[in-house]
Design a protein around this ligand. Structure first.
Ligand code: IPD
Ligand code: CA
Ligand code: CA
Length: 264
């Protein structure tokens, strides 16, 4: 079964990547969702349709959550969580930091995940208990333990929901004031994969959706990293707070996010 699941996951990810690459830098319809800057293109829809076609052909009784088509509620232990293009705003502007991301959960925990950025020819794959790879080569989180020299990445929501949490810009300000180099790439799936392969030491973002993180979540864990919410609690891909690190700087970054004593 695992072999067949993996085959379908890889095929769907490759096919969607091919669609993304064929339109990249060209012309396509662009629309927006709830907010005027939250874009969706015809390529998002084409890629998601192809992914769903491949999955349902092989596993018609599996449950599917797709960012653009919503939920196909089937009673199944298996659930596919699809982001056809993560980093749509980058894609729409010809910036090659975008990818297709597909995670497969079994009884609620991620079993396997794939993230493919065809513009950079980077294919990340992880399987529970079997490690994570980039283009077939094993990857590991960084070994950086000195938070003062940590290289971090984050993201910001378009709309700040009613919440008692402080605005992410305040957290960002605290990080910047410590002199830390921080990036905002515009694709949470790539952010997570780049933590998994050791390019970044940590990533945090508030208010992501399951399709943004499902595959990258497993990538980080299988590469030896740590993922919690902003209180340090281990959760799942449906959590609204994502803090992913190499594990070694986790407590330090948590202190800055929470603004607790000891934060430098
Ligand atoms: C977005 C990206 C971005 C994150 C946004 C997401 P999309 O996904 O992951 O990095 O900051 O919150 O919505 O819309 O490009 O699929
Ligand atoms: Ca996304
Ligand atoms: Ca998307």
């Amino acid at each position: 079964m695992t072999k067949e699941l993996k085959k379908v996951l890889l095929e769907a990810t490759h096919e969607a990547g091919g669609i993304i690459l064929s339109y990249f830098g060209g012309t396509f319809d662009i629309d927006h969702k709830e907010g005027i800057n939250n874009l969706v293109t015809e390529v998002d829809k084409l890629a998601e349709a192809k992914i769903i076609e491949i999955i349902t052909k092989a596993f018609p009784d599996h449950s599917i959550i797709g960012e653009e088509t919503g939920m196909n509620v089937q009673v199944s232990d298996y659930q596919w969580i699809i982001d056809p293009i993560d980093g749509t705003v980058n894609f729409a502007h010809g910036i090659p930091l975008c990818c297709v991301s597909i995670g497969l959960t079994y009884k609620g925990s991620v079993l396997m995940g794939a993230v493919y950025n065809p513009m950079m020819n980077e294919f990340f794959y992880a399987e529970k208990g079997k490690g994570a790879t980039l283009n077939g080569q094993p990857i590991h989180v960084s070994k950086k333990s000195d938070f003062k020299t940590a290289f971090l990445v984050t993201g910001f929501p378009y709309k700040w929901p009613e919440t008692s949490l402080e605005h992410p810009v305040m957290v960002f300000e605290r990080m910047v004031l410590q002199g830390l180099p921080i990036r905002r790439l515009g694709s949470a799936a790539i952010d997570l994969c780049w933590v998994a392969c050791g390019r970044f030491d940590g990533f945090w973002e508030y208010n992501l959706s399951a399709w943004d993180v499902a595959a990258g979540y497993l990538m980080v864990l299988e590469a030896g990293g740590t993922i919690t919410d902003f209180e340090g609690k281990i959760g799942n891909v449906f959590d609204k707070q994502t803090l992913a690190t190499n594990g070694l700087i986790h407590k330090d970054i948590l202190r800055v996010i929470r603004n607790t004593p000891g934060a430098e």
